[in-house]
Design a protein around this ligand. Structure first.
Ligand code: IMP
Ligand code: MG
Length: 172
């Protein structure tokens, strides 16, 4: 059995998500905003983020799967759910639950850039910079966290714990 220890409680996450939403709102007023979430982890973050925004916004999802480790530029990442929206000419923000090695995000940035958005930025709720392998630009960051495996608020271990409202550290 795993032991769970709360790292960031739900009310603190809620305040930060509203804060991120307000920053985005300010930067994207009058633009053609499309927020792209990476499934499954980002589903909770996305739903809270967009509901705190008071500007027109469209949402879409992609799903990536990664196998094994990732080396610079040679990450073994594939897309198992494609975007259904048109990206060309849109102002796109990728919403990521957590950035760890940066491989997933680097892959997604390439994937979306190839579709010629008018602009492309990244909003990551949790950032683990100590584990970075690929350098990725983060425009909006919620929390910088230490190198620990975390679950809850959408994040899983073996598909479990996504439903937990707090961000928790998984301990043996
Ligand atoms: P990256 O490609 O190494 O940056 O990893 C990004 C993906 O790995 C995230 O979208 C998560 O699905 C998963 N991930 C990374 N760190 C954690 C963690 O601490 N808990 C749960 N999932 C994680
Ligand atoms: Mg995962």
């Amino acid at each position: 059995m795993h032991k769970l220890k709360v790292l960031i409680p739900r009310d603190k996450i809620a305040r930060k998500v509203v804060d991120l939403a307000k920053q985005i709102e300010r930067d994207y007023r009058g633009k053609n905003l499309l927020i792209v979430g990476a499934l499954k982890g980002s589903f909770v973050f996305m739903s809270d983020l967009v509901r705190a925004m008071n500007i027109p916004v469209e949402i879409d999802f992609v799903r990536v799967s990664s196998y094994g480790s990732c080396k610079k530029s040679a990450g073994k990442i594939s897309l198992i759910l494609e975007l259904s929206s048109t990206v060309r000419g849109r102002d796109v923000i990728i919403a990521e639950d957590i950035v760890d090695s940066g491989c997933t995000l680097s892959f997604l940035l390439d994937y979306i850039k190839r579709r010629r958005p008018a602009s492309l930025k990244v909003c990551a709720l949790f950032d683990k910079p100590s584990r970075r392998v690929v350098d990725v630009p983060l425009d909006y960051v919620g929390f910088t966290i230490p190198d620990a495996f975390v679950v809850g608020y959408g994040l899983d271990f073996d598909e479990k714990y996504r439903h937990l409202p707090d961000l928790c550290v998984l301990e043996e």
